[in-house]
Design a protein around this ligand. Structure first.
Ligand code: PLP
Length: 441
């Protein structure tokens, strides 16, 4: 088999060696069947043999600016050649500029940032900040959520990825979301808030440090909260002295058509956690952003948290360049514009294919839920599991050159924010053909 210039190994050789000597996450190792990836540009990537895929999931909902942006690559090279690493007690220009830039774009008085390696450890450190600041220990989180794979973050996580590591960190209380699946649908904001306040009362407000929530839930269903819900959560948290912690690891940096998803509802959380789009994943970096009064608490009290790669200069320089690209190319407004096109395309899919049971998107953050039966809305795969039709759909997408996440009975539509209308229509054309094939099986 011949390969293009980017790799000296064939796709099959790469896959074989990766499977032999490396572990793949969240999987039984014999079940993984990775796509060998050699290079990527814009909204596309290629295998060593030159098969092209349109990336409809921005890899892991993280390559927000698109692949291979030369401006970011130059910034990484420049930082690497001048100062590749400085320990966390040093002050660097990249760290200084990034802190100031994030203070400018983050909501309200979220002006101070602690830099981490990624999203999970941003949430770990947010737990520490919240407990130290409030002097309380319990944390509320929602069932339909993912907050990361490390000990504290997986304890906050409500979805089945938590089950294998239980019992986890004590003090985490899970609450129901306003969404209950295709058949039962949505609570109103008032119903969801009444349930939340009842739990706060039953747990004892004075024992609760924080409520962690994904502003718009990601892998658990692109759940866009009903209007009034986030404002209500803000009010309840304020009333009871509980910190509102918005996890914007996936929903931040333009994904929803705003810098941060909270901006859609003009809500300022006490703490915001971020990663992924912060650097568009060119280099790992996460952050915990906190409101000024919380940061002030640590002026004369020790912050008990640390990481060798805290404020890594390469990460900070990459983030600065990425934020520059988001601004220079007007990508957040593009996400808003293309999000409207996506809504129309999703509606067209739903009108043509009875297998589409529900669909949602906000900006370029989209999902399709598939059903066995349009009347009962029974999902096409069981909760937390898969099914032959879902596996079949994954195979068709792969054959047709569309990369996206198929999970349970869902698939996602989360392309890079740099996508244009023709590319978006190209991806939806593949989806349309794939659903037609699925319905014929
Ligand atoms: C909402 C959310 N929070 C936290 C994380 C964990 O981030 P990381 O994988 O960078 O640790 C993720 C990852 O998918 C996420 O989607």
């Amino acid at each position: 088999m011949t390969t293009t210039a980017e790799t000296s190994m064939t796709g099959a050789e790469i896959v074989e060696l990766c499977r032999k000597h490396t572990f793949f996450e969240w999987s039984a190792q014999s079940a993984v069947d990775p796509i060998p990836m050699a290079r990527a540009k814009g909204v596309y990537f290629w295998t060593p043999e030159g098969k092209r895929f349109i990336d409809f999931n921005s890899q892991l909902m993280c390559v927000n600016i698109g692949h291979g942006d030369e401006r970011v690559i130059r910034a990484i090279a420049k930082q690497a050649s001048t100062l590749a690493y400085a320990n966390p007690f040093m002050a660097t220009e990249a760290r200084a500029r990034l802190g100031a830039k994030l203070a400018e774009i983050a909501p309200g008085d979220i002006d101070v940032f602690f830099f981490t390696n990624g999203g999970a450890d941003a949430n770990e450190n947010a737990i520490k900040v919240a407990r130290a600041y409030t002097g309380r220990h319990k944390i509320l989180a929602r069932y339909r959520s993912y907050h990361g794979g490390t000990a504290g973050a997986i304890a906050l996580t409500g979805d089945p990825r938590r089950w294998a590591v239980e019992p986890g960190m004590p003090g985490v209380i899970h609450v129901l979301d306003p969404y209950h699946g295709m058949a039962r649908g949505w609570d109103t904001a008032d119903e969801a808030l009444a349930m939340l306040e009842e739990i706060i009362q039953l747990e004892g407000a004075h024992t609760i440090a924080a409520f962690f929530l994904e502003t718009v839930t990601g892998t658990n269903g692109i759940l866009v909260p009903p209007d009034g819900y986030l404002q209500g959560v803000r009010d309840l948290c304020t009333k009871h002295g509980i910190l509102m912690v918005c996890d914007e690891v996936m929903s931040g940096f333009g994904r929803t058509g705003e810098w941060f998803a909270v901006n859609h509802w003009n809500v300022v959380p006490d703490i915001i956690t971020m990663a992924k789009g912060l650097t568009s994943a060119y280099i790992p970096l996460g952050a915990v952003g906190m409101r000024q009064p919380i940061a002030d608490h640590f002026r004369d009290k020790v912050f008990y948290g640390g990481l060798t790669y805290n404020s890594h200069p390469l990460g900070c320089a990459t983030a600065l360049a990425t934020l520059g690209v988001l601004e220079e190319d007007d990508l957040i407004n593009n996400a808003k514009r293309m999000g409207r096109v996506m809504t129309t395309l999703l509606e067209e899919l739903a009108a043509t294919h009875p297998v589409v049971g529900a669909h949602r998107n906000i900006g370029l953050f989209g999902i399709v839920e598939l059903t066995k039966d349009p009347k009962t809305k029974e999902p096409l795969a069981p909760f937390g599991g898969t099914s032959e039709p879902m596996k079949q759909l994954g195979r068709i997408f792969r054959e047709e050159g569309l990369y996206t996440f198929t999970r349970w009975h869902n698939f996602f539509t989360n392309p890079p924010l740099s996508i244009n209308e023709a590319e978006l229509r190209e991806g939806f054309g593949i989806i349309d053909r794939a659903l037609t094939q699925l319905e014929q099986i």
